[in-house]
Design a protein around this ligand. Sequence first.
Ligand SMILES: Nc1ncnc2c1ncn2[C@@H]1O[C@H](COP(=O)(O)OP(=O)(O)OP(=O)(O)O)[C@@H](O)[C@H]1O
Ligand SMILES: [Mg+2]
Length: 232
Amino acid sequence: MADIICVIGNKGGTGKTTLSHMLCQGMGLLGQRSVCVLTDTHREPLDPSGRRYLLADARSREALVKVVDKVRGLKAWLGIIDGGGNRTEMDRRLYGVADLVLLPFRDSHEDIRTVIRDLEMFPRAYAIPTQWPTNAWQREAAEKTVGELLAPYHDRILDPVFSLSGSKILLQKNMPEGLPTPLANACRAAAHQVVDLLQLPLDNEDPLPGIGNRIANPPPPQVQMAQLAVAA
Ligand SMILES: Nc1ncnc2c1ncn2[C@@H]1O[C@H](COP(=O)(O)OP(=O)(O)OP(=O)(O)O)[C@@H](O)[C@H]1O
Ligand SMILES: [Mg+2]
């Protein structure tokens, strides 16, 4: 059975969608098949070409049930569900179907207050710092804030996803073939954390670090888009 990962959280703009796509692209680079599931009714579906993962449109409740059922039945696949901000009821439902729940948060007191509330509400969830500062001083200050405010949850905080201007490429409707190497590496690193948390066996890992999106033999998707294209 496939594992379902939900990227949720009450605060808008924390990086849920970006992280969902980074994870899927990273999974593809690690040789792991995945589907990125859109649930946000305020967003449009993206074009699948150039991506190392499939996309599914689950913006209605019925479509979500069908997509989750379909993905669950795919052996050795992952479904990564991108939530939407300010949707506590939806988050609760997604939490109920998820094998792993990720709560992105940025370096701000407001995000941290919200993620504490979400960590309390979703006791199996992990918080993941996103858009994290790369400048040494800012990073040190951000880590200090997290150390102080999130101390009781320190074992539920994952390694950060750093601020990377290239990450917006993943949310372009049409993604170019071949991502910049720093972005590909960040996708791979984020995916690796999830692989470790879910203890997934990896047998197809790209052996060459830093070669961006170019793998000689990309794993062919064994499921066609049509199979996941349930009516939204
Ligand atoms: N790692 C990152 N580095 C740089 N910018 C980022 C990163 N992650 C997200 N962003 C930027 O932050 C903004 C919000 O990101 P995103 O749309 O992924 O958040 P969201 O949580 O899905 O928002 P919403 O609640 O509206 O669904 C976007 O402009 C995105 O490009
Ligand atoms: Mg979003």
